[in-house]
Design a binder for this molecule. Structure first.
Ligand SMILES: [Zn+2]
Length: 450
């Protein structure tokens, strides 16, 4: 059983007041105490961690990713979303379980290195006869040691049906629904402290039929699992939805029964005032991915408006091929800067951005009772950031953490287990994860693995 006592840290519990010098006690996979000064009762045999000079935050939650894209980074570096997708589909059609395993290992290791303790993944391409891709990424998450929410994605609307992807990378609707049902039955663990939960995630309005969207929602709701998709990412998508469906993207989703407290949506860049109000009244979550939105020139999401309206907002790095090498902690800074560039210097504070990266993400995943803040009874997902050295020139530890380059991790705990210590992975090795990612890239781009 894990037993740790962290002392002398500046603690930002996210819920409740900050503690300038305090302690966190961990027993098993839970936090049992958080408070000022030294720990009162120290569990027998506990490891004592002197966190003087460290900032303690909840582990970060990544609400949107496509791990397989680690293998196709750097493709179409200057294209729009649709140009980039069309070029990437050809490459992705050749992926197999080996590519996914290597890409997911590197992608998850990279997330852990920037303080992530819970990650989603949205996998929506399943080329036939190339092994069990979904299982490959679940196994990678087990090895790296992160809490994982893989979303069984899908596409059934190829070019011949007015969609964007070529016909040979889409699936039939019935096989999608069967495979999704199977994945939920096989893997989904709804228990408190779960390391693995499944969500249902048709890819986007321009690659999925309305019927698959509706039936996916029915399937998810019959199992009590969550729903996820991409929406309102670019102006091209607005145009596509107007032409094909006669309405804007969010109105289209609303019509399909796809807004609600069990739904979180990636991007949400192009929202009307009515959309913002609908997100708030239905409790629909947003996965904000500022680096990816910048990389593809998609625009700047209305995050401060969504937060003001009371809608859940989390942060996401998005697939590695549309935001190469993006560290999750760096998205705190990126989110803050992009909101301020558009709405002024008070649009999003460092503390609000940190809350988005933790409790906001937990709300998107329906796990705010378990993760996202440092409180007794919650899971021991904790990041300790080392603020000495160059960072010591800034007094406010949250400003030091959020404004410049992210400080190194002294420790990252997932359910009390050490995943990163002194900036290095302790589950798989950094060298192994990096090599697996590079190998996945070589396999996918050389096409000699099939
Ligand atoms: Zn995405």
């Amino acid at each position: 059983m894990n037993r740790l006592v962290i002392e002398n840290a500046h603690i930002v519990p996210v819920v409740g007041d900050e503690i300038p010098s305090g302690h966190i006690v961990v027993e098993g996979d839970r936090i049992t105490a958080v408070g000022p000064g030294a720990a009162g009762a120290v569990p027998e045999g506990a490891e004592r961690v002197d966190a003087a000079g460290c900032l303690a935050t909840p582990g970060l939650v990544n609400t949107h990713h496509h791990l397989y894209q680690w293998a196709s980074q750097g493709v179409t570096p200057d294209g729009t979303l649709f140009e980039w997708l069309v070029a990437s589909y050809r490459l992705w059609a050749g992926m197999d379980a080996e590519v996914v395993s290597g890409a997911a290992t590197a992608g998850l290791a990279w997330l852990a290195r920037s303080g992530c303790t819970t990650s989603t993944d949205h996998h929506y391409i399943f080329p036939k006869g190339r092994g069990d891709l979904f299982d490959a990424e679940i196994e990678a998450a087990r090895r790296v040691g992160l809490r994982f929410h893989p979303c069984r994605g899908s596409m059934d609307r190829g070019r011949s049906q007015g969609g964007l992807p070529p016909d040979d990378v889409v699936e039939e609707m019935d096989e999608v629904l069967q495979a999704t049902d199977d994945a939920i039955r096989k893997y989904h663990d709804p228990s408190f402290g779960s390391m693995l939960r499944i969500a249902v995630a048709p890819c986007s309005p321009f690659s999925v039929s309305g019927e698959l969207m509706t039936r996916s929602a029915e399937l998810a709701r019959s199992h009590g699992v969550r729903l996820h998709t991409h929406i309102a990412e670019t102006a091209d998508e607005d145009e596509h939805c107007r032409e094909q469906f006669g309405v804007l993207p969010v109105e289209y989703l609303d019509r399909l029964g796809w807004l609600g407290p069990d739904v979180w949506l990636a991007h949400c860049v192009h929202l009307t005032d009515k959309d913002v109000a609908r997100f708030a009244e239905t409790g629909t979550g947003t996965a904000h991915c500022p680096s990816s939105n910048g990389r593809l020139g998609a625009g700047i999401a209305r995050v401060s408006d969504l937060l003001r309206a009371g809608a859940p907002v989390g942060l996401g790095v998005d697939g590695a091929a549309s935001s190469e090498m993006t560290p999750l902690a760096g998205e705190i800074r990126m989110a803050m800067l992009m909101q301020r560039a558009r709405y002024g210097p008070r649009a999003l504070t460092a503390r609000q951005a940190l809350e988005m990266a933790t409790l906001g993400g937990a709300r998107c995943l329906g796990r705010e009772a378990e993760i996202g803040s440092l409180e007794p009874g919650k899971l021991a997902d904790v990041a300790l950031w080392r603020l000495g050295g160059y960072h010591a020139a800034i007094d406010d530890p949250v400003v030091a953490f959020a404004y410049g380059q992210t400080p190194p991790l002294a420790r990252l705990l997932v359910g009390g287990r050490t995943v990163v210590a002194d900036g290095e992975l302790r589950t798989v090795s950094d060298a192994e994860a990096a090599e697996q990612g590079a190998r996945a890239h070589r396999l996918l781009t050389s096409g000699d693995h099939s």
